[in-house]
Design a protein around this ligand. Structure first.
Ligand code: ADP
Ligand code: ADP
Length: 231
């Protein structure tokens, strides 16, 4: 379970920006949870607080009963292995093949060559890119690049996958195929998925519950059918 308790985030600068102003949110295990809001609403800040790439100014981030806000940077690095993340622009390493991109996080944790072979082969099959494993990112379509991003995010066997505008650079048909893959991963592996987006269609397609964020505040949260039913 992901529990955000009264999270605030203020960026200091010439003028302070109050990006999050007291966010409370509970995301259950195995859910596909959406966070929707316009540009500047605080979505990216919120997702970066969940994996503590950004430390909240105040409040608690509690994941599986562990309070991440009290942890040292070293402890956080260990916790982040349980939290995968995918991005709008995929963030692949252009000088590495598909195989080597997916292998990268496994190399970082010092996995054996055999373990890496087996794990990457399984992930390639899961995302349908076995026949592209020796290609470089530049040789792939947008949808295929995001499949590599997903496989890489799953390499460390996370139980949470954070998706930050993960389909925003893709056309509608490719978006649909990526959302199908995420649904499949949620169902087959039981991974909790958090979808950050500005697109209502994405939320309606895939999420069980949704929170609407505006000006750093959660305006509404609940089941998608309840929040977005037209009167
Ligand atoms: P969204 O992802 O919904 O577009 P963000 O979380 O990126 O929203 O931004 C929320 C607010 O915080 C915006 O006003 C943005 O300009 C500001 N902001 C985001 N990151 C920083 C930063 N590193 N330094 C200063 N202000 C920031
Ligand atoms: P794009 O539309 O950008 O080419 P897609 O994400 O739609 O990318 O699909 C990438 C490739 O993977 C396509 O060739 C597609 O047929 C194939 N593909 C999609 N889903 C699966 C799957 N679950 N298993 C195997 N192959 C798949």
């Amino acid at each position: 379970m992901i529990k955000l308790e009264n999270i605030t985030k203020t960026y200091d600068g010439k003028a302070q920006v109050h990006a999050l102003k007291g966010v409370n949110l509970t995301i259950e295990d195995g859910e596909i949870f959406g966070i929707i809001g316009k540009s500047g609403a605080g979505k990216s800040t919120l997702v970066r607080c969940i994996n503590m790439l950004e430390r909240p100014t105040s409040g608690n981030v509690i994941i599986d009963e562990k309070n991440l806000t009290n942890m040292t940077d070293a402890q956080l690095r260990a916790e982040r292995k349980h939290i995968g993340m995918i991005f709008q622009h995929f963030n692949l390493l252009s000088s590495r093949t598909v195989f080597d991109n997916i292998a990268f996080p496994l190399e970082l944790i010092g996995a054996s060559k055999e373990a890496i072979q087996k794990k990457v082969a399984d992930l390639l099959e899961l995302v349908g890119l076995t026949d592209r494993q020796f290609n470089y990112p530049a040789q792939l379509s947008g949808g295929q690049k995001q499949r590599v991003g997903i496989a890489r995010a799953l390499a460390s066997d996370p139980n949470i996958l954070l998706c930050d505008e993960a389909t925003s650079a893709l056309d509608p048909q490719t978006t649909k195929s990526i959302l199908e893959l995420l649904k499949d991963i949620n169902q087959r592996l039981g991974i909790t998925i958090v979808i950050i987006t500005h697109e209502m269609a994405v939320i309606k397609e895939i999420c069980n519950r949704v929170a609407v964020i505006e000006g750093g505040v959660i305006k509404e949260a609940g089941r998608v059918v309840d929040v977005f039913t037209n009167p």
